[in-house]
Design a protein around this ligand. Structure first.
Ligand code: HPA
Ligand code: ZN
Length: 338
């Protein structure tokens, strides 16, 4: 393992931008497909992996939704979530905030309860067996209409104890945050913490709308915010965290190469940046791979990496006492290493 990888591996960290359906590795997808007697539109693990070449977000989403179609029983959602959590623990992830896309499943006739029960069961096991805490964030699919999102929110109301927040994902272009103003208003009123994907393929204006209309406390991605100094100023004023996903940006051609990734500029501007894996089964790496790849490409130093890990706890939905405890652990580990 390289020096850099060893250093990153030692840092306790939180992962705040992770779609559980995007942690479905091809091997597990085929195993679950077989036991549910569902045919994937690929003949083998190798053929599926070979399909992981995406020119944009939509090309990825087409494969991602096709693979999610194998998930039917609570056990499937358990196995998927557990496989991610075990893997994350080896990256020294101590806390994970996990997105899930219920509409992808309910549209196929899978009950909302089946999805949440399976995921929650694994989250409880991770807390007890791995010492890894978590929060669950329900994402509305922005390519669908707001009425469908409102139905999904209604289903989530009986799971207020299980679901901490609501988010917004799927195809961004042409689906602005304001399309979901009402469902986010109701979700906030019900106590769900609001976050949203914005500025991945969409313009800086979508980041502004997510802040001002949806009143989000975190922006997922946020790359294109840098195109508008006014939006950057607003992110700084609010101290809004950005959950940045370097390898995702590379795979989905949001950046041409990692050397031109905006993360260093974001840090230099004083933005509240975190590093995450997004859909690690599809994008060629888990969270530590993202830290290592972006640090190598941009020449980040150890102090930058510690800052990113500290931000990951500070930007989490954990209570302040838990944040402080994890940051003390990080400081204890990192100060002798620097
Ligand atoms: N962007 C939007 N929607 C998504 C993503 C993403 O990176 N991953 C899974 N759903
Ligand atoms: Zn995402």
């Amino acid at each position: 393992m390289s020096d850099l990888a060893t250093f990153v591996r030692k840092l306790p960290k939180a992962e705040l931008h992770l779609h559980i359906e995007g942690a479905l590795e091809p091997e597990l997808a085929f195993a679950i497909a077989e036991r549910n007697d569902i045919a994937l539109p690929y003949s083998s693990v190798d053929e599926l992996r070979a399909a992981y070449r995406f020119a944009n977000l939509q090309e990825f989403l087409d494969v991602y939704y096709a693979c999610a179609g194998v998930l039917v029983e609570s056990q499937d959602f358990y196995d998927l979530t557990w496989s991610y959590l075990e893997r994350a623990r080896t990256d020294n992830v101590r806390h994970a905030e996990i997105f899930f896309d219920p509409q992808t499943h309910t549209a196929r006739g899978v009950e909302f309860a089946t999805v949440v029960d399976g995921i929650s069961w694994a989250l409880d096991d991770a807390r007890d067996k791995l010492g890894l805490t978590s929060r669950l964030i329900l994402c509305f699919l922005r390519h669908l209409d707001e009425a469908c999102a409102l139905e999904t929110l209604a289903a989530a109301m009986s799971y207020r104890d299980r679901i901490a927040g609501v988010g917004l994902d799927s195809g961004e272009r042409g689906n602005p945050p304001r399309k979901f103003a009402e469902v986010f208003r109701r979700a906030r009123d019900a106590g769900f913490v609001p976050v949203a994907h914005a500025g991945e393929e969409g313009p800086a204006e979508y980041v502004r709308e997510a802040l001002e209309v949806l009143e989000v406390v975190r922006i997922d991605h946020g790359n294109n915010a840098l195109d508008d100094p006014g939006v950057v100023a607003e992110l700084l004023r609010r101290r809004t965290p950005l959950t940045v996903c370097p390898l995702s940006n590379l795979k989905l051609c949001v950046v041409d190469d990692l050397a031109s990734h905006p993360l260093k500029r974001m840090l230099d501007l004083g933005l509240f940046v975190t590093v995450n894996s997004d859909d690690p089964a599809y994008f060629g790496g888990y969270v530590n791979d993202n830290y290592v790849a972006i640090a190598s490409a941009l020449g980040l130093g150890k102090a930058d990496l510690v800052r990113l890990a500290r931000n990951s706890f500070a930007a989490s939905l954990l209570p302040e006492t838990d944040k402080a405890r994890l940051i003390r652990e990080l400081d204890a580990v990192s100060s002798p290493l620097r």
